[in-house]
Design a protein around this ligand. Structure first.
Ligand SMILES: C[S@@+](CC[C@H](N)C(=O)[O-])C[C@H]1O[C@@H](n2cnc3c(N)ncnc32)[C@H](O)[C@@H]1O
Length: 222
């Protein structure tokens, strides 16, 4: 049986520049999917705080955060080839050394490649909202997924999320509040104020144009 995926493989045009990046920059920063646990210290050549972004889109957040925080290492996971190409171009133009990119389903990457308790932060910004009821099962935030993320975050680490789709925000809050591995960082048990540290992305701007409110969540690993 095929697992239910949180994405559909979209074609999407890969530009000439992105194609070059996928051929020339990928060998240095790309990590091929394999169902084997990674040696993260070996991969980055050092021991450092580790942050993983799920579904980085064009990589705007990943590249900006990695440039801002050279003392930390960033792993980006995204399935859309043009986005991966865009991200690699950003890594190259900013001469970053602290980013690695995996082009595969983040559920499998977390489950098969990321060591337990190895991440300081997991970022999930503007995941596909799957608004239709019959598609809700495709939403990446589900109780089993929260368990998986909890296993990968070190104690005291954080899972940060944002969405501009109010019903998905409510669903995230419900699932994470019920997840035994996490405690809500928001004092009232709801959403947190927009963190200054979160760069604005294309999807956030799109949501704003549509008049959507943006909801931020932060849950700490117990
Ligand atoms: C709505 S976009 C948001 C992109 C970006 N985070 C932003 O804020 O601009 C959601 C992205 O998640 C990716 N995605 C969805 N499910 C995924 C999965 N299981 N593994 C990796 N990427 C996934 C999609 O390809 C898409 O690029």
């Amino acid at each position: 049986m095929q697992p239910i995926r949180s994405f559909v493989r979209r074609g999407g045009r890969v530009t000439g520049a992105q194609e070059r990046a996928l051929a020339e920059v990928w060998p240095r920063f790309g990590v091929e999917y394999a169902p084997e646990i990674l040696d993260l210290d070996g991969l980055f050549g050092r021991r450092a705080p580790r942050i993983l972004e799920i579904g980085f889109g064009n990589g705007d957040t990943l590249v900006e955060l990695a440039a801002r925080r050279p003392e930390a290492d960033f792993i980006g996971v995204e399935v859309h080839p043009p986005g991966v190409g865009r991200c690699l171009l950003g890594i190259e133009s900013q001469s970053l050394t602290n980013v690695r990119v995996i082009s595969h389903d983040a559920v499998e990457v977390l489950g098969r490649m990321i060591p337990d308790a190895s991440l300081d932060e997991v970022l999930l910004y503007f995941p596909d909202p799957w608004p239709k009821k019959r598609h809700h099962k495709r939403r990446i935030v589900q109780p089993e997924f929260a368990e998986l993320v909890a296993r990968k975050i070190a104690p005291g680490g954080a899972w940060r999320l944002a969405t501009d789709w109010a019903p998905y925000a409510a669903h995230m809050l419900e699932v994470l509040t019920a997840a035994p591995g996490f405690v809500n960082a928001a004092s009232g048990g709801g959403f947190v104020p927009r963190p200054d540290s979160r760069p604005e992305t294309k999807f956030e701007r799109r949501g704003q144009r549509l008049g959507h409110e943006v909801f931020d969540l932060e849950f700490r690993r117990r």
